[in-house]
Design a binder for this molecule. Structure first.
Ligand code: ADP
Length: 275
């Protein structure tokens, strides 16, 4: 990113991209919910050349135990890239990049999951990238969000994610590998579509303020489109046809939240007094 040079014409004379897409066009996305038998919730996602599987376990006993929080569930996201997911073999196991992505995804989900409903537990979110073609953190976050809903974890909303950036002086949506490698900037974004809150925002490269605003609005608009695909995947699995049904169950959970929060705090205080 930002510096690497290429002879590949990433934007042609008609303003079209390397793969024929318009600057504001997403790669094709396909999402399927509930694909694994043993996980509490799961999803499979194909997004251009990316293939990601997400599995959710929990709320369950928190390991390691010292990570337990007496007031809420901890969200432990683990992003991993298979060694065969990229053109050169990737060295297996955790590295700095996957630890960083796991951390930002855990933080994004902590903002939407009603963690205080499940004190002392852990909600484990595994994301395995089977094939990578740039934008895998957005793909993993998007898939994991569907897997969390599939597991029935109470959340304020799904999280939807997409990147936008700058390639050969053009602001483009959803960069693929060549654009990511030789482009000037890449900005992954994750939002809570119902409220517009930002739960993930990173930037690799440089943008002027004007370019930043344009990149933000492209990515935000795409997140809303992806939100529809996520809900559609859940509807296809669970046969919910009416948005109101989903809304009603979200509202019912939201109403029960303040009481449970107090309950958890009181229990914690009692315990402190006893010890
Ligand atoms: P993201 O996948 O979220 O865009 P990066 O910008 O860090 O994250 O990576 C861009 C792309 O570079 C990845 O999607 C993948 O195709 C490739 N890549 C990342 N890490 C490696 C690696 N260790 N070996 C080969 N390719 C990699």
């Amino acid at each position: 990113m930002g510096g690497a040079k290429t002879d590949i014409k990433l934007i042609d004379e008609n303003g079209l991209r390397f793969d024929g897409r318009k600057p504001d066009e997403l790669r094709p996305i396909r999402i399927e919910a509930n694909v694994l038998k043993r996980a509490d919730g799961s999803a499979y996602l194909e997004w251009g050349g990316n293939k990601v599987i997400a599995a959710v376990y929990g709320p369950r006993e928190c390991h390691p135990r010292h990570m337990q929080d007496p007031l809420r569930a901890v969200v432990q996201a683990k992003y991993n890239m298979a060694s065969f997911s990229v053109s050169d073999r990737k060295r297996p196991g955790p590295d700095r990049r996957s630890q960083e992505i796991s951390k930002i995804i855990s933080e994004a989900f902590e903002h939407v999951i009603f963690t205080h409903l499940f004190p002392r537990t852990s909600i484990d979110v595994y994301m395995e990238v089977l094939q990578a073609d740039a934008g895998t953190r957005c793909a993993a976050l998007t898939a994991a969000s569907v897997a969390l809903a599939d597991a029935g974890i109470p959340m304020r909303d799904l999280v939807s994610s997409c990147a936008a950036g700058k390639v050969q002086d053009t602001i483009v949506l959803d960069l693929r590998k060549e654009e990511d490698n030789f482009g000037e900037a890449d900005m992954p974004l994750g939002i809570v579509p119902r409220t517009g809150e930002i739960v993930l925002l990173q930037m690799d490269g440089d943008l002027t303020l004007e370019e930043f605003n344009k990149t933000m609005s492209l990515a935000t608009e795409a997140c809303h489109k992806i939100y529809e695909l996520q809900k559609d995947a859940l509807r296809r699995k669970y046969g919910v046809t009416d948005d109101e049904d989903v809304q009603e169950s979200v509202d019912a959970v939201a109403e029960s939240v303040p009481d449970r929060q107090e309950e958890a705090e009181e229990a914690f205080e009692d315990e402190q007094e006893e010890s």
